[in-house]
Design a protein around this ligand. Structure first.
Ligand code: PEP
Ligand code: MG
Length: 599
């Protein structure tokens, strides 16, 4: 039966596909298609893993000390029985054979199906056997991951080559690090139960330019494995088991949207200039060096935000060393061919966790409120050796192109001082080691109200600033940006937020320091005119948003908006006022066009 779920629209577009439900704890399982010719070999991998687990369990039973409780041996019997039960391995084989899933993916897909059946059981004893099933699957996944059972090698193919139905991922929660694993993978869209519009999970989904809805509360409980699903990433709606008519309607809407985007793509390499001849810089936000290619293709004139912390994720706790970081930064810098690359020092903490938090592991684990805890520059300064290592890697990359360093979440002048000292020490270390490095500009993210309020003092030490509106909203309004329960209060149109932004842009312009916005507001066309009116001439966003913002810029009269900024931000409802101002402008243009004499 068809039904709808409502969540937060975080990444635009329409995706139509079959649901793949993955438990949040198993998102790190590899998801890929195996070639049709490898299906039998993949089934053999599964069989060998099952035999290996059976041997493991058999050995445990044999070696069990005589004094061990009898229940333990009975439990191992249950595990062996589950292991050989056709509803697990037989059905898993079906996923491999019919859908060409790799063995790990097929196992976790079948586990989701069975886990639901267990949850629905009346009998408590039977219901509790779900935990045993999970343990058996964990053992199988462990053997498959080790790959030490002599299994044949199989090969991954692209979703297109597999010829299978398109797929969308449904999960309770997806961490930003897990989201990154799916980049360029098999899923066409995402739905999660939790999350906010500017949570980093949402940001990574946007950077992948695929439709996503977060905060859809019960989605992972109500959607079943393999259900057909439509994700409307513009409206924040998920339609489960849609009728053929609804699917056709969405297919038509998707085709129309694709045509619109193709038309916009023609603007890619035009300069972004307002109606009154103001030149605007459109920069890209990236997470990985490989994203630089998409940034250039989208017409970005530089990278305004390289979120370097993504280099530190999905590494089983091993942090990248100086040389590895250097290579990553250099790759991005060279890919941008002389255009500036702004590398933000690691912004770890809050919703972006590392598997290992180094010396601060305990302090972090026990952080009562991680968004207000040891995050970003606070974390870097508490790990001086790691911080200098990153600074050295960035300085070395600066020998290969134009590099700017951006410091996240600065709020205290002491942090500014310590950062500058760390940079001087990193340079000294490179001198001592006779290593080449280049010059860099140093900038601060303005994402804490304290920084916005004391900007002149900060600007004595920085070459530029970049406004991180995602956090500025979070910290001004005291709203956790990743918490869907308060998502309705997370409001970029709040007058206090707009005033801090306007004030920051005006102050930086007055002091002749570069200022840009790199938070999600920069890529949201609803704010383009207002930000131009505030005097902003540099916007940094996901590459996929660049042409949309450029189109807006090309039709905006920045000086007209400059005269109206005060009216908008002092209104009770700035969003509404902004729409009124835009409508007045459109009416004026229409009148002028009508009164102009034909040429
Ligand atoms: C911001 O806070 O606006 C920002 C760009 O940084 P991040 O989203 O990575 O916290
Ligand atoms: Mg931020």
């Amino acid at each position: 039966m068809s039904f709808q779920l409502f969540g937060l629209p975080v990444s635009r577009g329409i995706a139509i596909g079959r649901a793949v439900l993955v438990a949040s704890s198993r998102l790190d399982v590899a998801h890929y298609y195996v070639a049709a010719t490898d299906v039998e070999a993949e089934i053999e991998r599964l069989r060998l893993a099952r035999d290996a687990v059976a041997r493991e369990l058999g050995t445990m039973q044999r070696d069990m000390p005589a004094e061990a409780p009898a229940e333990l041996s009975a439990l191992l019997d249950v595990h062996l029985m589950l292991l050989h039960d056709d509803t697990l391995t037989g059905a898993t084989k079906q996923w491999i054979r019919e859908r060409h899933y790799n063995a790990e993916w097929a196992l976790s897909a079948q586990l989701e199906v069975l886990a639901r059946q267990f949850d629905e059981m009346e009998d408590e004893y039977l219901r509790e056997r779900k935990a045993d099933l999970e343990q058996v699957v964990e053992r199988l996944l462990g053997v498959l991951a080790r790959g030490d059972d002599g299994a044949p090698a199989t090969h991954a193919v692209t979703p297109e080559q597999s010829g299978d139905d398109p797929l969308v991922l449904v999960a309770g929660d997806i961490s930003p690090a897990d989201m990154l694993r799916f980049k360029g993978g098999v899923f066409l869209g995402f739905v999660t139960d939790v999350g906010g519009t500017t949570s980093h999970t949402a940001i990574v989904a946007r950077s992948m330019d695929i439709p996503a809805v977060v905060g859809a509360r019960e989605a992972s409980r109500l959607i079943r494995q393999d259900d057909w699903v439509v994700i409307d990433g513009d409206a924040g709606v998920v339609i489960v088991d849609p009728s053929p008519g609804v699917i056709e309607e969405y297919r038509a809407a998707k085709r129309q949207r694709d045509r619109g985007r193709a038309a916009l793509a023609r603007l890619r390499h035009l300069p972004a200039v307002t109606v009154d001849d103001q030149r605007v810089q459109l920069l890209a936000n990236i997470e990985q060096p490989a994203d630089a290619t998409a940034a250039l293709a989208a017409g970005a004139v530089g990278v305004g935000l390289f979120r370097s912390e993504f280099l530190f994720m999905n590494r089983d706790g091993e942090l990248p060393g100086e040389d590895e970081q250097f290579e990553a930064y250099r790759t991005a810098v060279e890919a941008m061919r002389g255009r500036p690359v702004t590398i933000r020092t690691v912004d770890i903490g809050a919703d972006k966790e590392l598997e290992r938090m180094s010396a601060n592991e305990l302090r972090h684990e026990h952080a009562l409120n991680p968004a207000l805890g040891l995050r970003a520059i606070r974390w870097s300064l508490s790990e001086p050796a790691m911080f200098r290592q990153q600074l050295r890697a960035i300085l070395r990359a600066a020998a290969h192109g134009r590099v700017r360093i951006l410091i996240p979440m600065v709020a205290h002048l002491s942090e500014v001082r310590h950062t500058i000292e760390a940079l001087a020490r990193a340079r000294q270390q490179l001198d001592d080691a006779r290593r080449a490095y280049g010059s860099v500009e140093l900038g601060a993210m303005i994402e804490v109200p304290a920084a916005a309020l004391m900007l002149p003092a900060f600007l004595r030490h920085f070459d530029f600033v970049s406004i991180g509106t995602n956090d500025l909203i979070q910290y001004t309004l005291a709203i956790d940006r990743a918490d869907e329960a308060v998502a309705h209060l997370y409001n970029a149109w709040h007058p206090a937020v707009l005033q801090l932004i306007a004030q920051t842009i005006a102050c930086a312009n007055r002091l002749r320091k570069d200022v840009s916005v790199c938070g999600e507001m920069a890529g949201d066309p609803a704010f383009t005119e207002l930000l131009l009116g505030m005097g902003l001439r540099s916007f940094s966003m996901h590459p996929s948003q660049i042409v949309t913002i450029k189109e807006r810029i090309l039709s905006t009269d920045a000086s007209r908006w400059a005269a109206l900024v005060e009216r908008v931000i002092s209104a009770d409802d700035p969003e509404r006022e902004c729409q009124v101002v835009a409508a007045e402008g459109a009416a004026r243009v229409a009148t002028l066009a009508a009164s102009a004499s034909p040429v």
